[in-house]
Design a protein around this ligand. Structure first.
Ligand SMILES: CC(C)(COP(=O)(O)OP(=O)(O)OC[C@H]1O[C@@H](n2cnc3c(N)ncnc32)[C@H](O)[C@@H]1OP(=O)(O)O)[C@@H](O)C(=O)NCCC(=O)NCCS
Length: 167
């Protein structure tokens, strides 16, 4: 007798976030912020920043997220980059960062940075460590919300984003 085939595993899609993603994004960011891996974000903050977010969608379930927030002239920040623990190390974080960089390129933003507890992850993706003092003061407005302020242990990393067609 012919064996029943298992249903195909749904592929992970990277897409812009929508309203129904707020709760899973909130859960992911809250989980990792409790482990001091990233800054916490309130629901109000997430509603305000929803258009910045991309998510990794596995069959309708959000298993990763990340945001690109415009900070200053020609400068944007990648924030709240997170992948559900059991889906980590499968290239999803890389795809989320790439989607953020593609958005930066589309917007004509030439430099993207992150303040991160995982600098090695960003270095794998072509970012380089930079002195925190090289970032404009406005960037530090979020830091006041952090329990560790002013003893920050995050590392600043940045990457240049050349316009399409230039390397
Ligand atoms: C950091 C994080 C988003 C990475 O997501 P991921 O889906 O596991 O990453 P990927 O599988 O796409 O990894 C991309 C590359 O980075 C490397 N990498 C991933 N996490 C790494 C880490 N913590 N340290 C060193 N390298 C890492 C991978 O080996 C891979 O390199 P390769 O392509 O040469 O093999 C995920 O581990 C996470 O959610 N961590 C907890 C929250 C956090 O620390 N967020 C960052 C703060 S903003």
């Amino acid at each position: 007798m012919e064996k029943a085939r298992p249903p195909e595993a749904p592929a992970v899609a990277i897409r812009k976030a929508r309203m129904s993603d707020i709760e899973p994004i909130f859960a992911l960011v809250t989980e990792f912020s409790r482990q001091e891996r990233m800054l916490p974000r309130s629901r109000a903050d997430l509603y305000e920043g929803l258009r910045d977010f991309v998510v990794a969608d596995l069959g309708g379930r959000v298993i990763g997220c990340g945001a690109l927030t415009i900070e200053w002239d020609n400068l944007a920040e990648i924030k709240s980059m997170a992948v559900v623990r059991r889906h980590q190390r499968r290239g999803i974080g890389r795809r989320l960062v790439k989607a953020c960089l593609a958005e930066a390129r589309r917007l004509g933003i030439g430099r993207v940075f992150a303040l991160t507890s995982s600098p090695a992850f960003f270095e794998h993706l072509g970012f380089a460590r930079v002195p925190r003092e090289s970032l404009p003061h406005k960037v530090w407005s979020d830091c006041i919300k952090c329990a560790k302020f002013p003893d920050c242990d995050e590392t600043a990393v940045a990457i240049e984003v050349p316009p399409r067609g230039r390397r």
